[in-house]
Design a protein around this ligand. Structure first.
Ligand code: F0G
Length: 405
């Protein structure tokens, strides 16, 4: 396996363990190239299912269980049984959005309650392999929490840059609990990322989603989802869009599985952004060839308050290949959809609810067929942003003083 520039017109190659984060020729992002697989899809599907009965750490991970599609050089793997996240049927939510066959893939049910753990197990394992002593990221909160936890497991120092006052307290608390060094910076996530990228600490191993190993782990959400569906390809996969790492990882998964003969078609990828942080949706609507960043992104879904998504080129290729589309929803629509997901007994954080909000809008406009099989990706747990819930729910009975029973 090796690294390759993700721009097909460049396709420069680098050693797998090169610590570069962008192509030395054209500066585009890099990706891991998976070697061709010796086993047949039928053999692999059987082997992967058998591993579900094993307690060996690699088999117990919903990422490393599919390790034939990951680098195989590691003697030490940093894992916490991430993945293994169920597909949950939407009930009231299905009625509400008007799509009958609605399934939620809940990646919030991970060790640190977010999909980032899927990527972090691979990213942290690579960090250990290359001998890093400290790891870092800029974050809207979830990457920071996940990085801090996995760094603690690996015995590495964690440094996280957060946009001051724009991160949920629950996520900040997680990062602190796991012992990360937290730096809060004035300004947006985009600025924090810029600062981290230009950090004078050249030894810091960088673990934002522009790190290609992160995406290798995140792509396994799709492997697991397809296994859960008996390898029947759904019609749509709906995903929130922030920095667009997840969209890129999902596109890579579909392409690799198609190339290896697992699938004869791919689902349409639908990316949903918040209206106040929607550069990708704007670009999609206008048909522009380049992304224009949103200078002051604003949304109550703080996880995706991002104006300059780094992985937009990879994500665009993924959406185009799948014949999908990109859209946006308002904060009101997000809040309403989030309350519906809670009301279905599932719960999620605000950014995740963009999927249901987007689906409802797309179905109403006839862009998603009501009989379609749909998987909506829930990226974070309800407890990731409790402040949002408390502020948005109305209490009907406020009892004052002592209650006489
Ligand atoms: N949902 C949640 C809960 C997130 O935390 C993020 C990103 C996204 C969706 C968007 O995913 O960036 O791959 O398009 N959170 C990052 C962070 C930026 O720092 O925690 P994406």
């Amino acid at each position: 396996m090796h690294l390759r520039c993700s721009d097909p017109d460049c396709a420069a190659t680098l050693d797998l363990h090169d610590r570069a984060l962008s192509c030395p020729v054209c500066a585009d992002l890099l990706e891991v190239v998976v070697d061709s697989i010796a086993n047949t899809p039928a053999e692999l599907k059987r082997m992967w299912l058998e591993r579900r009965c094993s307690y060996a750490p690699l088999d117990a991970s919903g990422v490393w269980r599919f390790r034939e599609f990951l680098p195989d050089c590691y003697s030490e793997v940093v894992t916490m049984s991430e993945g293994n996240n169920p597909l949950v049927k939407g009930h009231r939510t299905a009625q509400w959005c008007g799509v009958r066959n609605l399934n939620f893939k809940h990646l919030g049910w991970n060790p640190t309650a977010c999909f980032k753990d899927l990527g972090m197990t691979v990213g942290m394992t690579e960090a250990v392999y290359v001998g890093a002593k400290s790891v870092g990221c800029a974050s809207t909160g979830n990457t920071a929490a996940s990085l801090a936890a996995y760094a603690a497991r690996a015995g590495l120092t964690a440094k996280v840059y957060l946009p001051a006052g724009q991160v949920s307290q629950n996520k900040l608390a997680q990062a602190l609990d796991f012992g990360a060094e937290v730096v809060q910076l004035e300004g947006s996530f985009d600025l924090a990322l810029e600062r981290m990228l230009h950090s004078p600490d050249r030894d810091l191993y960088f673990l934002n989603s522009i790190n290609p190993f992160r995406l290798e782990g995140q792509k396994m959400a799709i492997f697991e989802m397809l296994e859960q569906l008996g390898w029947e390809v759904p019609d749509y996969v709906v995903v929130p869009g922030g920095n667009l790492g997840n969209t890129s990882a999902f596109g890579k998964a579909f392409l690799e599985l198609q190339t290896a003969g697992f699938l004869d078609k791919v689902p349409r990828l639908v990316v949903v952004q918040a209206e106040g942080a929607n550069p990708f949706a704007q670009m999609w609507r206008s048909g522009a060839a380049e992304l224009t960043p949103v200078e002051q992104p604003e949304t109550a879904a703080t996880a995706i308050r991002i104006g300059n998504p780094r992985s937009w080129k990879k994500a665009l290729r993924a959406v185009q290949h799948s014949k999908g589309f990109v859209m946006d929803v308002t904060d009101e629509e997000i809040a309403e959809a989030k309350a519906m997901i809670g009301g279905d007994g599932i719960g999620c954080e605000p950014a995740s609810a963009t999927t249901l909000a987007g689906l409802r809008k797309a179905a109403a406009r006839g862009k998603v067929d009501r009989d379609a099989v749909v998987v909506a990706i829930l990226t974070g747990h309800a407890l990731k942003d409790t402040d949002f819930i408390i502020k948005s729910q109305r209490f009907e009975h406020v009892l004052q003083g002592e209650v006489q029973l």
